[in-house]
Design a protein around this ligand. Structure first.
Ligand SMILES: C[S@@+](CC[C@H](N)C(=O)[O-])C[C@H]1O[C@@H](n2cnc3c(N)ncnc32)[C@H](O)[C@@H]1O
Length: 266
């Protein structure tokens, strides 16, 4: 007799972002369970929605556009893009079942999105199972810094995009030059202190030459700006614009600005 556990094991190994959020930040449960509160967080407390409006979507997206919203979360960007006339389909991809099946439909209704244009995809960043050169555009808001291997995810996106297709990476907060080095230096001192004092950490931050995994539960990574640009180039993208929105993640705070990378598949 043969048994195959691989599918079940893989499914059980897919982390659910919303659950990790609640474990790390119990307060987030309230807004993750309620579409109105979720929209209030991304749109009123934070600048994600406002910063995304700095892009002229109608001008960027071609007629009949097949668009992928990678790591769509609760789907505010999916809903927004489904309202753009030239958009034919928005594939809303995320590994979180709660976001896709509970929050996103309610967000679509509240934002008056066009549900007929939306296809939800419970999936991982890679491999993307679209046919080669199928998509006109890929958008990813505050999502790609969760990629274990940025270049390999970008190569998968490049493969799924038509030549000349659009990739917009939105709402990332990369640090530049010395600021990145200083933040990693401080983090490495913290790691050394934990080791020296035998402070037990079941999962711990890690630093590598490609970036700094500062929250292993959520998979949050800090890549410096130059690393984003190099990974994009190596994956076959030309960066048309790096847009500094001048807006911090949380409204009224002095944090790092939200940055958009507007790129074309070469
Ligand atoms: C910080 S949230 C951003 C959500 C949304 N795009 C926004 O701007 O509000 C990151 C999202 O990426 C998803 N995600 C993280 N790693 C993923 C992976 N490997 N495959 C698919 N989705 C992933 C999470 O479930 C989460 O919804």
């Amino acid at each position: 007799m043969n048994e195959n556990w691989i599918v079940k094991q893989t499914l059980s190994g897919v982390s659910q972002f919303d659950q990790s959020m609640v474990n790390s930040y119990p307060d987030s449960n309230e807004y993750l369970q309620n579409a109105r509160a979720y929209l209030n967080t991304v749109g009123e407390v934070c600048n994600y929605v406002d910063a995304s409006k700095k892009l002229d979507w109608a001008a960027l997206l071609p007629q009949g556009a097949e668009v992928l919203d990678l790591g769509c979360g609760g789907g505010w960007l999916t809903a927004m893009l489904s309202r753009v006339d030239s958009v034919k389909t928005v594939y809303a991809l995320d590994s979180s079942q709660h976001f896709l099946h509970k929050l996103l439909p309610e967000v679509m209704t509240l934002m008056e999105g066009n549900a007929e244009k939306v296809v939800t995809l419970e999936a991982l960043f890679q491999p993307l199972l679209f046919e080669e050169s199928y998509l006109d555009a890929v958008v990813a808001s505050s999502a790609l810094h969760h990629a274990d291997n940025l270049e390999s995810v970008l190569k998968g996106i490049r493969r799924a995009l038509k030549p000349g297709g659009l990739l917009v990476i939105l709402n990332e907060t990369p640090r530049t030059g010395l600021r990145f080095l200083v933040s990693v230096f401080v983090a490495s001192l913290r790691i050394l202190r934990n080791l020296a004092t035998r402070r037990y950490m079941p999962v711990s931050p890690s630093i590598s030459s490609s970036g700094y995994l500062y929250d292993p539960d959520l998979g949050d990574r800090d890549y410096p700006s130059w690393y984003w640009l190099e990974a994009l180039k190596r994956a076959g993208f030309a960066v048309e614009a790096v847009m500094d929105t001048g807006m911090s993640t949380v409204k009224g705070s002095k944090g790092r600005p939200l940055i958009h990378f507007v790129c074309r598949a070469v």
